[in-house]
Design a protein around this ligand. Structure first.
Ligand code: GDP
Ligand code: GDP
Ligand code: MG
Length: 395
């Protein structure tokens, strides 16, 4: 067992899953496309977030695996040469970005509050309350539970002023979102090696974007970060990640070969991270393969091969919040293939319904650690139960 230091505040974690890799393609000849360039020196703002360093026991994933002949992998270390933007502080982002939460969430602030503030709430009204909750993507069981809790309180406490109804709803929603879940990110070196995070999820959910935004948060926390472009299906995927790397001022390890072995790219990224004594290696992965089984097998392999070098302390599953219960069903497959440690819920600025947070945590048993609230570089916020519920009730 080893101790992992983790961000106490909810460090945003993003995992990018990119394109698909053909597993059966032969390894391309190793080739270093670019000469070594001097390490870029990003000048992040001093970390404004109090980064506590609680220690967390984490299982060590030193898998005794047969060591195959290491295959040298093509690798390109892209050098940032763009003027670096200054990241906004991560702490309190959720509160600052609350206006971004979709207007579609006003079922909580308008519909529900109005229904609950009536003098006499009969069964029809309770049915209406339950339907409203279902429309918020909360899921059937949580919606029923919440109605039961509210019923109980209304029965005991009687009819309420609008303000106390709001407070009651706030308390019950916070309880459903579960403030006791551990939402810290494993973003600190462990065993003299970088913290490795993999970002997984289906195509188009926002993996690559999340890796970029997360790298930015980490850089703002004065962490040294390396990106690994293990989505090798399309050249464009590595290009997109490299662009993010340049923007943030961190190196991107990639292959110049379409269809290169993603496990090999991830291996190289971690190798580079070890060499440079980086704090964090963020590995973007593919979201689509020729079949779902292929993709899951590939992700398992990326993790396995990566762990020959360093433990993968965080596997972030990215889910597009606007896809509701469908997205959730798709995402479930990933939790069976890799040990998912956190959820990144993207596109909460769209038509997403806030209840999806509760549904995801219930069905996957994994905490939402970060939420995406836009396409901008600073539009990723550590998830906080209370700030989130306050935002819902304010919208
Ligand atoms: P398997 O295909 O599931 O048996 O997985 P392996 O453990 O054989 O690794 C598959 C791929 O991961 C290899 O083809 C390499 O691309 C990569 N890999 C594994 N070990 C190493 C290593 O030590 N160095 C490098 N660069 N790549 C490795
Ligand atoms: P990937 O295929 O999972 O790597 O997805 P990408 O990172 O390429 O993102 C797909 C699209 O979603 C891009 O157009 C992103 O700008 C967009 N996107 C990602 N996160 C968010 C978010 O939080 N809000 C919004 N509105 N768009 C997002
Ligand atoms: Mg991608």
């Amino acid at each position: 067992m080893e101790l992992l230091i983790i961000f106490a505040f909810l460090a945003p974690v993003i995992v990018g899953v990119g394109s698909v890799v053909a597993l059966d393609r032969p390894m391309p000849e190793p080739k270093v496309l670019e000469p070594e360039a001097p390490t870029p020196e990003p000048e992040p703002e001093p970390a404004p977030v109090p980064v506590e360093a609680p220690t967390v026991e984490e299982e060590t994933v030193a898998e005794p695996e047969p060591e195959p002949e290491p295959e040298p992998e093509p690798e390109v270390v892209a050098e940032p040469e763009v003027a670096l933007e200054k990241p906004a502080p991560a702490a309190g982002r959720l509160a600052r970005l609350r206006a971004r939460l979709a207007k579609s969430n006003n079922v909580f602030s308008k519909g529900l509050l109005a229904l609950l503030a009536q003098d006499d709430i009969d069964e029809d009204v309770w049915d209406e309350i339950e339907e409203t909750l279902l429309m918020s993507d909360l899921g059937a069981d949580p919606a029923m539970e919440l109605v039961d809790r509210l019923k109980e309180r209304v029965t005991i406490e009687g009819a309420q002023e609008a303000d106390s109804v709001r407070e009651m709803l706030r308390e019950e929603l916070i309880a459903m979102v579960d403030p006791s879940m551990d939402r810290r990110l494993a973003a600190t070196r462990k065993n003299d090696k970088p913290a490795v995070m993999m970002v997984v999820g289906v195509n188009g959910v926002g993996k690559t974007t999340t890796v970029g935004k997360l790298a930015r948060v980490l850089v703002a926390e004065e962490r040294n970060v390396i990106l690994g472009a293990a989505d090798t299906f399309r050249a464009a995927a590595a290009e997109q990640l490299t662009t993010w790397g340049e923007r943030v001022g961190v190196e991107t390890v990639r292959s110049d070969q379409e269809g290169a072995d993603p496990a090999s790219v991830a291996f190289s990224a971690v190798e580079e991270g070890i060499k440079q004594e980086s704090d964090v290696v963020l590995v973007d992965t593919a979201g689509r393969l020729h079949s779902k089984a292929n993709l899951m097998e590939e992700l398992g392999k990326v993790k396995r091969v990566t762990e020959k070098q360093a433990e993968v302390g965080e596997v972030l599953l990215v889910i597009d919040a606007t896809t509701g219960q469908n997205g959730l069903a798709q995402a479930k497959v990933f939790t069976e293939a890799v040990n998912v440690t956190g959820i990144v819920l993207t596109k909460m600025d769209g038509t997403a319904k806030g209840g999806i947070v509760v549904a995801i945590q219930r069905q996957l048993g994994v905490p939402v650690k970060l939420i995406g609230l836009g396409e901008g570089a600073d539009d990723l916020a550590p998830f906080e139960a209370e700030a989130f519920v306050d935002a819902l009730l304010a919208s």
